[in-house]
Design a protein around this ligand. Structure first.
Ligand code: SF4
Length: 211
């Protein structure tokens, strides 16, 4: 495992451990809490299927180029890991662990398998990525699609950007209070994001230390 895979592995195991220790009621409460986010992600998928599905299939999937799934290039947040675990079954988690130990493609994202991405709910940064060529093609050809995309991008920030209370920060601070520390807790570990949080008057816990 390289450094990127080890970091992902540690986060996956820690999140799993903390979720397993949780009472069923608390797990259900978290699942309810992420429902608005899952509803948003459903809208993003519908939008992408409607406007980009054919282009992406033609230019990337059929020739297995998958240009957007680059090796060790995806910034995964702690909340991505937790949300995915809350939605995934045991087989899917085992599949992700296998992908970290032994990736299907050596030169692509470790999570990319023969059937595509192995996440149940892939990271937000992946869901919101559109490559320049396909974006230009679609935005020029279809009126109103760019405006719809901008609205979805803005909505994504409502879950992740800590200039107000957001789900991604909540899931970090919640697990930090349970004693969890991960380098994927970027909102409470990155100086830039911590500054945004402080400027918004949100009480920030101390930056995380190495577990
Ligand atoms: S996590 Fe999934 S969608 Fe994101 S880059 Fe990796 S394989 Fe692609």
């Amino acid at each position: 495992m390289n450094e990127y895979q080890s970091e992902q592995w540690d986060a996956l195991l820690l999140a799993r451990q903390l979720l397993t220790r949780m009472s069923a009621e608390e797990g259900d409460r978290l699942k309810k809490q992420i429902l608005p986010y899952l509803e948003f992600r459903g809208r993003v998928e519908q939008f992408l299927d409607a406007h980009f599905g054919a282009h992406c299939t033609r230019s990337c999937y059929t020739n297995r180029r998958s240009a957007c799934c680059s090796k060790d290039g995806i910034i995964v947040f702690w909340a991505d890991v937790v949300i995915n675990l809350l939605c995934a079954d045991e087989d899917q988690v085992a599949d992700m662990q296998q992908a970290l130990r032994k990736p299907f493609y050596e030169s692509k994202c470790t999570y990319l398998g023969a059937q595509g991405c192995r996440w149940r709910v892939r990271p937000l940064v992946c869901a919101m990525f559109l490559c320049d060529p396909v974006r230009e093609t679609v935005f020029q050809a279809e009126d109103g699609v760019e405006a719809q995309w901008k609205t979805l991008q803005q909505r994504a920030q409502d879950f992740r950007w800590p200039d107000k209370p957001v789900l991604f920060d909540y899931l970090e601070t919640y697990f930090m209070e349970l004693g969890g520390r991960s380098s994927l807790m970027h909102i409470n570990g990155s100086p830039g994001l911590l500054r945004i949080k402080r400027q918004a008057g949100l009480c920030a816990p101390k930056p995380h230390q190495k577990p």
